[in-house]
Design a protein around this ligand. Structure first.
Ligand SMILES: Cc1cc2nc3c(=O)[nH]c(=O)nc-3n(C[C@H](O)[C@H](O)[C@H](O)COP(=O)(O)OP(=O)(O)OC[C@H]3O[C@@H](n4cnc5c(N)ncnc54)[C@H](O)[C@@H]3O)c2cc1C
Length: 367
């Protein structure tokens, strides 16, 4: 089987990793820029079980233990750590969303606790908080590059932009890159935020759109903010080195643009951080970066294939800002599907066909 994987981020690398483990030995990865150039090298490296929909909680209940296991197996250490997530319930919307979600989480065995925020010695506010102790952090680069390191002698990496799918008799036969056709029996599209754009160019509608997000890292402050803390305006946590890392919670118009950072958002981040965290009164930004969330209409991912597509074409994308944590598990599901024809229950739930069938998964917890 000749497999061509488009995009060398966490999802493409995980698919390649799992295909190599199955003994598939003709795998090419096509990457427009460099390995880990996209969101997989630009995220906050946090994992959680806590989603708004049952489907995503159940996916996380399989996917997070799988991530934690892989952390121990890779040749690089992704530093997986249980830190918790802490929601500051500072408006009616967050109170409502968390109260509804709490009963689902409890029934799924991942319930958290409502507590006064001043139980946490790093916070200087009087609101109510919600702690989900099961969640945590990892290092996104070591996760992607650890998967790459494990398989680099078994895959061919082609640097170039994938342009056109080549189809004959209703089947995938190749893909055009750098003006040549790479022959393929299977093309797997793991292009993150670029997925919708690539598929549209090939006459196929897959609703994934980019939404630019910025992350800031402050100068060092003694390590105290263990959980990822989420307020209505910002989210933040500590890095192991002692910096505070986080971003602003705001809606940004969708679309591609410059991957830069803005002075306004960096100021908004530090202002809010200073008002919430003890000892952070004069804290400043040390560095920052931006990347794309890969948004779908229901903020849930798309995996598998559609009956209306050419045979041999697969997609795994659209994680809407929470895809790094799921890259190990989704790569396994996709490899089982592609190599062995095994349809995991999640390939039905998160199928690309759900948009035509109006079976949306209304995920409201995009952080
Ligand atoms: C600021 C920010 C914070 C985030 N925080 C978290 C978090 O805490 N936890 C979490 O789980 N997730 C988080 N995410 C989301 C996570 O980063 C993504 O869901 C995940 O990295 C998507 O991985 P991917 O492999 O699908 O896509 P990507 O990593 O984006 O990879 C796609 C690749 O395709 C390449 N490409 C594009 N077009 C072409 C083409 N035509 N031909 C060839 N190659 C092409 C790109 O160069 C890129 O390398 C965050 C994202 C951002 C931006």
């Amino acid at each position: 089987m000749r497999v061509v994987i488009l995009g060398a981020g966490g999802h493409g690398l995980s698919l390649a990793y799992h295909l190599v483990k199955k003994g598939i030995n003709d795998i090419s990865m096509v990457e427009a820029k460099r390995i880990n150039y996209g969101s997989s090298g630009r995220n906050a490296g946090r994992y959680r079980y806590h989603f708004y929909t049952k489907e995503n909680v159940e996916f996380a209940k399989e996917g997070i233990p799988y991530l934690l296991k892989l952390c121990k197996d890779l040749p690089l250490n992704p530093l997986c750590m249980k830190t918790g997530y802490l929601w500051i319930l500072d408006d009616e919307k967050s109170k409502d969303v968390i109260s509804r979600a709490h009963s689902l989480w409890s029934s799924e065995g991942v319930g958290g606790k409502f507590l006064p925020c001043n139980d946490f010695d790093f916070l200087k506010i009087e609101e109510e908080c919600y702690l989900a102790p099961q969640d945590g952090s990892f290092h996104h680069d070591y996760l992607s590059l650890g998967m790459y390191e494990a398989i680099k002698d078994h895959v061919k990496v082609i640097i170039g932009e994938a342009m056109r799918l080549k189809v004959s008799g209703g089947k995938i036969v190749g893909v055009e890159v750098n003006g040549s056709i790479i022959p393929a029996d299977v093309v797997a599209v793991t292009l993150g935020a670029w997925t919708g754009h690539f598929m549209k160019r090939n006459g196929i509608e897959v609703p994934v759109e980019p939404e630019k997000k910025e992350i800031f890292v402050t100068e060092d402050l003694k390590f105290r903010v263990k959980p990822l803390t989420i307020s209505k305006r910002i989210y933040f946590s500590h890095t192991l080195k002692g910096e505070i890392i986080g971003g602003v919670e705001d809606e940004v118009p969708r679309g591609f643009g410059e991957l830069d950072i803005s002075v306004e958002r960096s100021l908004s981040f530090t202002r809010t951080l200073r008002s919430l965290v003890k000892g952070a009164e004069g804290i400043r930004i040390l560095r920052g970066w931006s990347g794309y969330y890969e948004m779908t209409p229901d903020h849930s991912h798309i995996m598998g294939f559609s009956d209306s597509w050419p045979d041999g074409l697969y997609v795994d994308a659209g994680y809407s800002g929470h895809g790094m944590m799921f890259s190990p598990y989704s790569g396994k599901i996709m490899a089982d599907l592609i190599a062995d024809g095994v349809k995991n229950k999640f390939t039905k739930i998160f199928s690309p066909q759900r948009f035509e069938e109006n079976k949306l998964i209304d995920e409201r917890m995009v952080i």
